[in-house]
Structures are given as C-alpha cells and as structure tokens.
Design a protein around this ligand. Structure first.
Ligand code: ADP
Ligand code: MG
Length: 265
C-alpha cells in the first residue's frame, strides 16, 4: 500500500512515437493525490500524446506508475479499469446517439453518480433525448465530462476542455472541473491561463515533446518571462477568477479556435 504522500501518478522517462515521429521524449513528472496538475505548452508540443501514452492508446516506453504500481505493461482497458478517466480533446461524443445513450455507454459501475451529474449538468437532463451531434460545442463538452464523472474515478485526465468555448461556458466548465477536483486528482491540459490559475496547483510545461519546466502553478504564471518563453503569451492576471470580469481576456497560447458565442437551441 502506497503512502499517502506518494503521487497518484508517476511518469518517468516516457517516450512515444506517432508515425515514426518522436512526439514524447524522456518525459518525467508526477501528479499529486489531490488537486489539479496542469500540462501546458504550445500547440503540437506533445500534450495530448503524453496523455495517450499514459493510457497506452499510443505505443510508448518508460515507466508509468499509478498509485505506486507500474501500469506501462497494461493495455488501455486494464488501465481505465483501475479508475483513470479520460476526457479527450475535441469531446468525441457519439454524434448520432442521444445524450442519454452517450451517458449509458460510459457507465462502468452498477450505481453511477447520477445525482452528481444531474446537479453539475442540469441542461443535459433536459436534452437527454437529443442527438449529441446536434448539441453546441459547450454542451458536447458537458456530455464528455459527464461521461467521466458518472463513474467513481481515482484520476482524471482532461484534455483541453475549454477549447473554442465562449467566455461564459469557459467559466461553467472551469466550475465543473473545480468541483470534480475536490474529490479526484486531475491532470489537465488547458490553454486558458486564467483557468489554469484558478484551478492548478502545479504545472508541467512541455516543448518539443520534452518537459521544460515543472513547479508550483503560481510561481510559473507569475513569471512573465517564463510564460512568454514557453507559451508565447503573457500570463493570466493574478487572482482573476475564471469567468469573472477581467480587463484582459484570457489569452490563448496560439490562434484561438472559432469561439462559440451562442449555444444552439
Ligand atoms: N495522428 C497523428 N498523426 C501524425 N502526427 C500526429 C498525430 N497526432 C499528433 N501528431 C503530431 O505529434 C506532435 C504532438 O501532437 P500533440 O500531442 O497532439 O500535441 P498537443 O496536444 O501539445 O497540441 C505534433 O507534431 C503533431 O503534429
Ligand atoms: Mg492536444
């Protein structure tokens, strides 16, 4: 039994290739048992690949320890059975299935956290019979998060949940993540530094598939030169709550995706 001060996830010397290209190179970091660890870096540096390598979705070498036990030899389905939930980039909902069907398919346990999901995502209940592909991007993100939170998880891997969302929805998603993180440790890929500041205690910064910085989130975000060097943008303002009024809009690290301003009916 691992001591409680041990990290829930330890990644050591992780390497992964996609189509012959090295996309994760000697990556090492830890995710503590509580709170949010943000995985940062410009577009294309290997954040999503790192998460996929942890899950064994792409081939990798190196050590991945979950709760003190090596999991790098396990297949993806065995890894997720240990209680690691994955909320992929771009939501990946089943477009032609209803919201209810999407949730039903995600359910791993006999008694899912239905009340929690209804409370966190009141809109999904009203849209239970709507095809998920007809939902707005924000609503699809809610479905994607709800699929994960229906189950009891021991670790959440969440990849760019606020991408392309309107400021109001960014705030809503951030609130959901904050609630989830109260009970479950999270590795969060997030481009919106205001959200990172609001949620994360630690950051791991990648560049070219390698870790270029690790440490407390505040220390990193407050260091404008570091933020600029590794992310190419100014840091988020201190203490600006996600979704709260701020004089400077949350700055994406790269060109923003088309922002959604209105939800579809
Ligand atoms: N399916 C794929 N086929 C080929 N190259 C890919 C694929 N997925 C990612 N890559 C490449 O791997 C690198 C890392 O990508 P990714 O992990 O998605 O970065 P990030 O999530 O940080 O934006 C990039 O150079 C990207 O072009
Ligand atoms: Mg990505």
């Amino acid at each position: 039994m691992a001591a409680t001060t041990e990290p829930i996830l330890r990644v050591e010397g992780l390497y992964a290739r996609i189509s012959g290209q090295q996309v994760v190179e000697d990556v090492s970091f830890e995710v503590p048992r509580t709170g949010v660890t943000a995985l940062l870096g410009r577009n294309g540096v290997g954040k999503s690949s790192t998460i996929k390598a942890i899950l064994g979705i792409i081939d990798r070498t190196g050590t991945v320890e979950f709760d003190g036990a090596p999991i790098q030899g396990l297949r993806t389905e065995k890894i997720v059975q240990r209680g690691i939930a994955y909320v992929p980039e771009d939501r990946e909902v089943f477009a032609t299935l209803t919201v209810a069907e999407n949730l039903l398919l995600a359910q791993r346990q006999a008694t899912p956290n239905r009340e929690l999901v209804d409370e966190l995502f009141p809109e999904l209940r009203a849209r239970a019979q709507q095809a998920a592909g007809t939902l707005s991007g924000g609503q699809q993100q809610m479905v994607s998060l709800a699929r994960a939170l229906l189950n009891d998880n021991r670790l959440l891997l969440v990849d760019e949940p606020t991408k392309g969302l309107s400021p109001r929805l960014v705030g809503e998603v951030a609130q959901v993540l904050k609630t989830a993180a109260e009970t479950t440790p999270m590795l969060l890929v997030e481009q919106n530094l205001t959200v990172v500041r609001e949620l994360a205690q630690d950051v791991v910064v990648l560049s070219g598939g390698r870790v270029v910085h690790r440490g407390p989130a505040r220390e990193f975000l407050d260091d404008e030169r570091l933020v600029h060097r590794h992310l190419g943008v100014a840091g988020a303002e201190p203490d600006a709550a996600a979704g709260a009024p701020h004089t400077q809009a949350p700055q994406p690290m790269t060109e923003p995706a088309a922002t959604e301003t209105e939800e579809r009916p």
